[in-house]
Design a protein around this ligand. Structure first.
Ligand code: DAH
Length: 360
């Protein structure tokens, strides 16, 4: 009996002075764990004489449940204390401003590419792509620019090293997106078609309006009966939607490109007042693209019968469109990767392209 009292007192003392849930767990294991003091005592019941068992077993059982009860009570007390402590110490100032969050911006070239693609998609054009390292054939010959043609010199071409024993002309970094016309038309089922080709092109040139890499948009429509008037309507429709000026006036100026006949450069009506450009009004004209009816020799180079198919093509600089529409003065800044510049000229990712609102 004394034994039991002593054991109980020692556990009660230990439990009441436990300062944490960890201390309490240690006490539980010491008494009631697999090899705990009380567990061993309970085990000894089995080997007791009948009389001893009758008197001791209920006492031991009662002791065990009292100690379990004490541990549980203390556990609640400690948990309550811990909660009180943490609510006193930890607090949240809901009036504090949030941390500044860093939002990325959409680069004007990506924005303008999206806008342009969206307008042409509405007109039934789909996107085509081609390689940036191009063979001499696709970049020049197939587009009716033979080796001796002066247009080859105009392009400031980057040539790609070829093996010293190679007889064939070196590959080039494509100087325009026009080779994709060829790649598309020569495919099985390539014509009739309506495609646009946004992509990077390369020329060895560097000043305020030229960079060695820039972005172009090519357009090509081939069918049995397409004429210059379809070209004119398509470009008028595109320009007035893109520049958000209804009935924007275009001027088709006779020009020359080896891959189109007839060829035209297209200008939009504009005015310059105090160095500010206004599109759609005034007495000045601003050149924005080259275009024309696809040359029969180009169709033949793709095994498309020029007696049966005809169509139009056009090419423009995406970067130039961005500069004009969003008033960005220097082309070089597009590619400098200056985050402050992007912050100023970039677009909020959640902004809907403004074009949607015009179309709807
Ligand atoms: N490839 C021409 C250039 O880079 C642009 C161009 C002009 C493309 C007339 C065309 C076109 O498809 O018809 O300067």
């Amino acid at each position: 009996m004394d034994d039991i009292n002593e054991i109980e007192n020692s556990y009660r003392n230990a439990i009441s002075s436990a300062a944490s849930l960890g201390d309490l767990e240690k006490i539980r294991v010491k008494g009631l764990g697999k090899k705990g003091e009380l567990t061993e005592l309970m085990k000894s019941i089995g080997s007791m004489e009948e009389a001893e068992r009758r008197s001791k077993a209920p006492k031991l059982n009662a002791l065990k449940s009292r100690i379990i009860g004490e541990i549980e009570k203390k556990k609640e007390l400690i948990t309550e204390d811990e909660i009180k402590k943490s609510t006193n110490e930890e607090w949240l100032d809901i009036s504090r401003p949030t941390r500044p969050s860093q939002n990325g911006k959409i680069h004007p070239i990506s924005q303008v590419t999206d806008e342009v693609v969206e307008i042409f998609s509405d007109l039934g054009f789909s996107i085509a792509e081609g390689p940036q390292v191009e063979s001499d054939w696709y970049n020049f010959d197939a587009l009716n620019i033979p080796p001796e043609h002066p247009a080859r010199q105009e392009f400031d071409t980057f040539y790609v090293n070829s093996n010293s024993d190679s007889e064939s002309p070196p590959h080039v970094l494509r100087t325009h997106t026009s080779p994709v016309q060829i790649r598309h038309m020569e495919k099985k089922g390539g014509v009739p078609c309506r495609i646009i080709v946004p992509g990077k092109v390369f020329r060895s040139d560097y000043d305020q309006t030229h960079t060695p890499m820039f972005n172009q948009l090519e357009g090509l429509a081939i069918d049995e009966d397409l004429t210059m008037s379809h070209l004119k309507w398509t470009l008028e429709e595109f320009c007035s939607k893109f520049f958000e000026v209804p009935d924007l006036e275009l001027r088709f100026r006779a020009s020359h490109f080896p891959f189109t006949e007839p060829s035209a450069e297209v200008d939009i009506r504009c005015s310059w007042e105090d160095n500010i450009l206004k599109l759609g009004q005034g007495d000045s004209w601003l050149e924005i693209l080259g275009s024309g009816m696809v040359h029969p020799k180009v169709l033949s180079a793709c095994n498309v019968d020029p007696n049966y198919f005809q169509g139009f093509a056009f090419g423009m600089g995406i970067d130039r469109l961005a500069m004009l529409k969003y008033g960005i003065p220097d082309l070089r800044s597009f590619f400098e990767g200056d985050v402050r510049w992007l912050d100023h000229y970039g677009f909020d990712p959640l902004d809907k392209p403004s074009i949607r609102s015009i179309l709807s």
